[in-house]
Design a protein around this ligand. Sequence first.
Ligand code: GDP
Ligand code: IMO
Ligand code: MG
Length: 419
Amino acid sequence: MKVDVLLGLQWGDEGKGKVVDVLTPEYNVITRFQGGPNAGHTLVFNGEKYVLRSIPSGIFQGGKINIIGNGVVLDPILFKQEAVALAESGHDLKTRLYISKKAHLILPTHRMLDAAYEAAKGDAKIGTTGKGIGPTYTDKVSRNGLRVGDILENFDEKYAKAKAKHDQILKSLNFEYNIDALEKEFFEALEYIKEFKLIDSEHVINNLLKEGKSVLAEGAQGTLLDVDFGSYPFVTSSNTVCAGACTGMGIAPTKIGKVYGIFKAYCTRVGSGPFPTELFDEVGETICKNGNEFGAVTGRKRRCGWIDLVALKYAIMIDGVTDLIMMKSDVLDSFKTIKACVAYKINGETVTEFPFSINDDIKPIYKELPGWNCDMTKMQSEDEFPAEFKAYIKFLEEELEVPIKIVSVGPDRAQTIVR
Ligand code: GDP
Ligand code: IMO
Ligand code: MG
């Protein structure tokens, strides 16, 4: 069997959690392969709302195996909070959530380093989620990281060494902090983690595939936040693109099946960094209000703008997307016209390939399409779609050259139309 991958094509928050939950019945195993608690994946069903951060979104549908892969960075404190809250609401995951021994641990001092580096950047700050993601991946690559498997042997010694290094850096940055309480929580959480199955996930996943089990890999963040291909340096610190699923799970590229690319009918971004189609007017405010565009965990207001087809085409190319999923179509229900950016004007030149740097000099060139002006949130099939919305889908499919297979018209699991 192959691994299907579901990836965000924009700057995150496309609705990955919702669709992974919808697709879960088709799979035996759901995995996360990169990122960490910087993610906030929202699921709404049966009048309940859940926000998942490190735990895959496949936990609510019929006892499937869920795996946190080696490419993930895990904060034991936040993981424990998340798992305990789920257990309290009747979802005990201890027998069906496995954690890779190779996943790297976010230490309390990583969170401090994240804050210190952001403060040192001043106006140029990334606007990170403050969860220690960058410093943890930095330690991984510089070969100083601690992994989940390390908690099983001589952990105190390894921890003391890592902490001493971090203390030195924080001192050099004149960053004042006290992690006594956090440290206590951290060690308690490590004991809690030991109650889960800690596995060599690359072997487990490949064996499951050999046995004929189907796997869905759930991306976090989005392609435009990828450390190599995103709007660097305003990106996250992992490979959010399809290739990240191979390195973050230990599967060969030949094992990848479908690649689901998920995007909003418009575009959002949270944190700093360029955003060519960002709207600073009433239209942007209306999208923000209608789409309830506030961070799932941090509550930060998301910046809103029109869909950017230059960036989307780039993401589709890098990820090798086979199936598109359009989210939050209902958010545009009340607009007279809808705009889609089809090219950039840079220094008088028309550019259709996503450039090395996207900055303030970019002027988006828009195609304007008629809006549909009706409530789509209760629609159950494609046949009910208004003609203008059908035309919007057709236009996007022609531009992007990939079929849109799923359309979402509301946050609930039930508000999903498969074409
Ligand atoms: P993720 O990080 O990609 O999983 O996305 P988030 O959960 O951070 O953000 C998506 C937000 O949009 C959540 O609040 C969802 O409940 C909501 N949402 C998902 N799909 C739809 C949709 O089709 N319409 C509307 N109005 N909201 C949606
Ligand atoms: P999900 O999985 C949206 C953004 C941050 C910041 C940059 C770097 O819910 O789509 P980091 O803490 O990763 O070092 O921050 O990346 N960012 C996200 N934006 N959705 C996310 O995750 C994000 N995870 C990180 O806002 O700009
Ligand atoms: Mg999110």
